[in-house]
Write a protein that binds this ligand. Structure first.
Ligand code: ATP
Ligand code: MG
Length: 788
């Protein structure tokens, strides 16, 4: 009789099924967005374990974020109905940290190394530029940081760079000095930067074949999601792990135990979603996969399970404009769905108001806040959105804004933990040396460092010897006091529970006391954040009863923007398009779809240029399940100026019949201005059966049909009810306050009466009933108004 279908394969289409069942050395799954690449990868892991072809510990799966990793693990375990200990599902960075913690001692690092995030790297580069007077050669911190990162992603180090360098060029000589000093400082601090995590692991495998052999033997199945965004170093890492094992490299007791060929490799990706070229991602990795892995099987998936046909048709039409790609068309069977909604506002505030109104409407119709997301190209765009979301009482979260772990007080607290875990790291010491204030100023710090340099010891050792350096008794006492605490706590670092270590440090150093005693209201919030960090350590310990300080530092040092999403909270997610990769939402708002923003005006100078920007737009569109909104503003305060914005070229690439256009109320008729002839304005509200877009917004035939015609006229005088600038100069009313009943005069709108005031401080907004132009909202601090 027919075997009953395994639940592992239930519901899969034939191509997906083949992708789960195929067995062979190399498999490439290329497919458009939402076609089930990540789902197939997940089922493939489950299938390998379920069929006993692999132990969980033989699986290494790479995802783009820690959150995606956690989800994949959960899915695999729920399909299998059992926990799968030993399975490695993680990001490239996390996997490499785990490997380096075990193996770094092979090449002169301690396993207690510190991971420098990009802020730490920049701080270090800044010091080096200063010490070498390199700014006189035109070197900037971000320029140097970018170049070093690029080199590391290409696996260049100081030596290989030096071999190709032109020593007649003083610029290059100085850069080489900076690069060398940077590398030396990291080594002396027992620290890796983000790029090193990958690059040094590759180096480790290449330099120590016996180490590589152990991991080649362990990981029999390697699977990589979002392969299109791997850079050369990541590619090389995978290459090392999938080499045939040299039996001689294995320890004697493992030699000859099963003649093992290379590990099997499965990669999934979509070259149309490659959006990290600026970080060294190399689309060739996917294009050349077949060359690198001879005999590789390629499977295409074409059915999209995420979005409606209208959304897909828009995505297909847009991406078709990128040349040099393999054409693939996505289809779906879920039907056309609602039209895409386009919106044009006068300003980014109108745009934000529209988004907020739609979010509220959708929520009223039963769409959870957590199933809605707002995307933008640049972080600066969040300000207007947040302002209006707060006022509209919409719960939201900004992903990748000032992250918890980037807050100063949190980094300070981490400084203490790192100083305890890795005494060689001077960065952490500098951070905490005078936090809280204990009289150890910049001069003292510099003297301690010089002494360290002169004696060839670390900053920490120099601090221990503070008594020999001629400081006054007070300063000497402060330095020795701090060193004593760090040393004493350090003795328990491998054994004590993490919360105990943190609390001891914060209490003995007076850190928390200083925050609590402060009269600065901000310090209260800071103290709360530190309490929150203590709670994080307690959580960690609960989940990892044996967990050490080092493990805690590892876990927390690699949190990426998309990891902050907390699905259980009912909030709308705000994020950049780059963060949106791999995610999906019922309703997606893609804002700022304007020239200079999307494509971004800097993109012309970046690798891939506008083609990469188009892929970014494609990624944004394809996140939407049912509702997609594309919005733009006619004027936008950005780059320190109010500019007239034009609709993005990408909008023209979407077949017009797919989009339903709206604009700000009154845009077509009010306040004079020229009326375009071909305007097709209806005011019939939302059509029945579709979600959202009920109220108040006018329909029109094209993006800002009215707007465009008026944009030129407005360019000379870019004033809206929100605009606060005249030819780019920002007005500031200082501490002007208004209360309902006050009468005011506005330079454009004339006289009016305040009817309501909301918000506080610089964000307070007055609602004003003007005699001539009706009701308007004004940001009190900035509006061109005076009190009568
Ligand atoms: P992206 O390119 O955006 O990363 P993807 O190709 O990884 O997308 P998935 O996230 O795996 O796609 O799948 C998209 C959606 O389709 C998910 O909600 C998934 O559960 C669903 N899905 C995938 N395959 C099927 C199927 N055979 N039947 C029903 N739903 C499916
Ligand atoms: Mg995916």
């Amino acid at each position: 009789s027919e075997p009953t279908e395994s639940p592992l394969l239930a519901g899969l289409n034939p191509q997906q099924r083949e992708a789960v069942e195929y067995r062979g050395p190399a498999l490439l799954i290329v497919a458009g967005a939402g076609s089930g690449k990540t789902s197939v990868l997940t089922r493939r892991i489950a299938s390998l374990i379920d069929s006993r072809e692999a132990w969980p510990s033989q699986i290494l799966a790479i995802t783009f974020t820690n959150k995606a990793a956690a989800e994949m693990r959960e899915r695999v375990e729920s399909i299998l109905g059992q926990a799968s200990e030993g399975m490695w599902i993680s990001t490239f960075h996390s996997a490499c940290v785990r490997i380096l913690r075990r193996e770094a001692e092979h090449f002169g690092f301690g396993k207690n190394f510190t991971i420098y995030d990009s802020a730490d790297s920049r701080a270090l580069i800044k010091r080096i530029i200063r010490d070498l007077d390199a700014d006189t050669f035109g070197f900037t911190v971000s320029g140097v940081a970018g170049k070093i990162s690029k080199l590391k992603n290409e696996l260049s180090d100081v030596e290989s760079y030096a071999r190709g360098a032109n020593f007649n060029d003083p610029q290059e000589r100085v850069f080489l000095d900076i690069f060398r000093e940077y590398t030396r400082s990291l080594q002396a601090a027992n620290a890796f930067d983000f790029d090193d995590l990958i690059g040094q692991t590759v180096y480790l495998f290449r330099a120590f074949p016996q180490v590589a052999a152990l991991y080649q033997r362990r990981f029999r199945h390697i699977l990589v999601d979002e392969y299109q965004d791997t850079n050369h170093a990541q590619y090389a890492l995978i290459r090392e792990l999938t080499r045939p094992i040299e039996q001689n490299d294995l320890p004697l007791d493992l030699q000859g135990r099963g003649a093992l060929g290379p590990a099997s490799l499965t990669v999934v990706g979509d070259s149309d979603q490659s959006i990290y070229a600026f970080r060294g991602a190399d689309i060739r990795n996917i294009v050349e996969f077949e060359r690198d892995y001879v005999g590789a099987k390629v499977i295409l998936l074409e059915q999209n399970y995420r979005s409606t046909q209208n959304i897909l048709s828009a995505a297909n039409a847009v991406i078709a404009n990128n040349f040099d790609r393999i054409d693939k068309k996505l289809f779906t069977v879920v039907g056309d769905g609602d039209k895409i909604v386009g919106f044009t506002g006068y300003s980014q505030h109108d745009e934000a108001q529209f988004v907020a109104d739609e979010v509220t409407t959708l929520h009223g119709e039963g769409v959870d806040y957590r199933n809605m997301a707002v995307f933008y190209r640049t972080n600066a765009q969040t300000r207007a959105l947040e302002e209006i979301f707060i006022r509209s009482a919409i719960p939201y979260r900004v992903l990748g804004g000032t992250k918890f772990y980037e807050r100063a007080e949190i980094k300070d607290a981490f400084g203490y933990l790192i100083a305890v875990a890795n005494p060689a790291d001077p960065m952490a010491l500098r951070r905490i040396m005078n936090t809280p204030k204990r009289g150890i100023g910049g001069v003292t710090e510099a003297n301690l460092q010089s002494w360290a340099d002169a004696h060839g010891v670390t900053l920490r050792e120099s601090m221990r010897a503070a008594g020999e350096q001629g400081f006054g008794p007070k300063i000497t006492g402060a330095i020795l006091g701090l060193t004593k605490i760090l040393d004493e706590v350090g003795e328990t670092a491998d054994t004590a529970p993490v919360p105990d270590i943190l609390i001891t440090l914060l209490e003995r150093t007076g850190f928390i006391e200083a925050l609590r005693a402060s009269r600065d209201p901000q310090d209260e919030a800071r103290a709360e954040n530190v309490e929150e960090l203590i709670a994080v350590t307690k959580d960690f310990q609960k989940n990892n009863p044996e967990g050490t300080l080092l493990e805690f530092l590892t876990e927390t040092s690699l949190v990426a923007a998309a990891d902050e999403i907390d699905d259980s909270s009912g909030t709308v997610s705000l994020m950049t398009l780059h963060t949106a990769k791999g995610l999906e939402y019922d309703a997606v708002f893609l804002t700022g779809v304007e020239e200079d923003l999307l494509p971004h005006r800097m993109s012309a100078n970046e690798p891939g240029g506008p083609a990469e920007e188009r892929r970014l737009f494609y990624v944004g569109i394809t996140r939407a399940r049912r509702k997609l909104y594309l919005s733009l503003a006619m004027t936008r305060a950005q780059f320190g100026d109010v500019t007239v914005a034009m609709p993005s070229r990408y909008i023209q690439e979407i077949p017009p019949e797919l989009i339903d256009w709206r604009q700000s109320p009154g845009m077509a008729t009010s306040r004079g201005g020229t009326q375009p002839r071909a305007l097709n304005v209806r005011r019939d509200g939302g059509s029945s059966g579709s979600l959202g877009t009920g109220s108040g917004y006018e329909r029109t035939s094209a993006p800002g049909a009215t707007a465009l015609a008026r944009a030129a006229a407005r360019a000379a005088q870019p004033k809206t009810e929100w605009a606060n600038t005249v030819t780019g100069k920002v007005r500031d009313n200082g501490d002007l306050t208004l209360v309902p009943g006050d009468r005011i005069r506005h330079t454009d709108f004339g006289d009016g009466k305040v009817t309501a005031v909301t918000g506080v401080g610089p964000k307070s907004v007055a609602e004003v009933q003007f005699e001539k132009v009706g009701r308007k909202r004004l940001l009190i601090k900035l509006a061109p108004i005076e009190k009568l």
